[in-house]
Design a protein around this ligand. Structure first.
Ligand SMILES: Nc1ncnc2c1ncn2[C@@H]1O[C@H](COP(=O)(O)OP(=O)(O)O)[C@@H](O)[C@H]1O
Ligand SMILES: CC(=O)N[C@@H](CCC(=O)OP(=O)(O)O)C(=O)O
Length: 273
């Protein structure tokens, strides 16, 4: 067990919600070693995965060009078919199969399965994102999740939801992990870990030794203004603050190679509310 009795606040059982992104999934060796560590965690756990990089690569092969605005993929008719195949099929099922080879009782899900993550199509304001969904945090049915988690199943969640009118929606995996963590914090002592290819939030993106061990909102705003933080790390940190400010016990951002240290608070960047 990674957690000790002092971690078991409010008598709630610990639950790890761990997110991996495209760079980790794209590298077979990195993914394998991460899944080995993940499967060794004895506590209850959920894996949320992205795969944006793979969808872009498969799209390129099929002649489907990827377009992003503010880190969100513009998802037209052919792109929703592409990401459904890549996230819900290729990536999700490969991870599930590999976890079973490691004696981890994984069950592949998307937000649409058993309606575990109710969502709405993002309304068109200035930008039409197409078939992109936003999870409705307050409508998450925690007991549907309990059904899996409390029966020794390990959900592996693809970043797809549905709109209640028969359409699949592409949904950002970082946001999905944060919103799910918030909802399940009512039942469990949730620790959210964002795993990516860097050692944490860095003061110099090219120096893996420059990890910021704790990040509060004042430091965050300063680093953002100084352009030390840019691109994908910004929405990731925004999601991390959202989680920690809404009941999630602990949120850490760090390297997928260090999952077990991250889970013990011995690596990465801890987000402070
Ligand atoms: N100061 C920083 N520290 C860490 N990462 C940073 C920083 N500034 C920018 N980044 C970028 O943010 C990226 C992480 O976001 P993203 O690519 O969306 O991750 P993922 O696909 O794993 O969710 C890193 O790969 C890195 O290039
Ligand atoms: C709406 C939207 O942008 N969805 C994301 C979902 C995948 C994802 O989040 O993947 P990473 O975690 O690997 O970035 C996308 O299609 O890129």
């Amino acid at each position: 067990m990674i957690t000790n009795s002092s971690e078991q606040v409010n008598n709630r059982e610990p639950l790890f919600i761990i997110k991996i992104g495209g760079n980790v999934i794209d590298d077979e060796k990195t993914l394998h070693s991460f899944l080995k560590d993940f499967s060794s965690i004895k506590e209850k756990k959920i894996l949320v995965h992205g795969g944006g990089k793979i969808a872009t690569a498969v799209g390129d092969k099929l002649g489907i060009q990827s377009k992003y605005i503010d880190g969100r993929r513009i998802t037209d008719d052919e792109t929703i078919d592409l990401v459904t195949m890549v996230y819900g099929g290729l990536v999700n099922k490969k991870i599930v199969a590999e976890l079973h080879s490691l004696q981890c009782n994984a069950i592949g899900l998307s937000g649409a399965d058993a309606n575990v993550l109710p969502a709405k199509k993002r309304p068109v304001k200035t930008i039409d994102y197409g078939w992109v969904g936003d999870v409705n945090a307050t409508a998450i049915n925690a007991s549907a999740w309990q059904l899996f988690i409390d029966n020794n199943l390990v959900p592996v969640v693809a970043p797809l939801t549905h709109d209640n009118e028969g359409h699949i929606l592409n949904t950002n995996a970082d946001t999905m992990a944060a919103v799910l963590s918030i909802a399940l914090s009512k039942l469990y002592n949730v620790q959210l870990i964002y795993c990516f290819e860097k050692n944490g939030v860095l003061t110099n993106v090219d120096d893996e030794a420059s990890v910021i061990s704790e990040l509060n909102v004042q430091n965050y705003n300063q680093l953002k203004n100084d352009k030390i933080l840019f691109a994908g790390i910004l929405p990731k940190i925004d999601n991390a603050f959202d989680a920690v400010n809404n009941g999630v016990h602990k949120v850490v951002i760090g390297n997928s190679d260090n999952l077990l240290q991250l889970a013990k608070g011995e690596s990465g960047t801890k987000i402070i509310s």
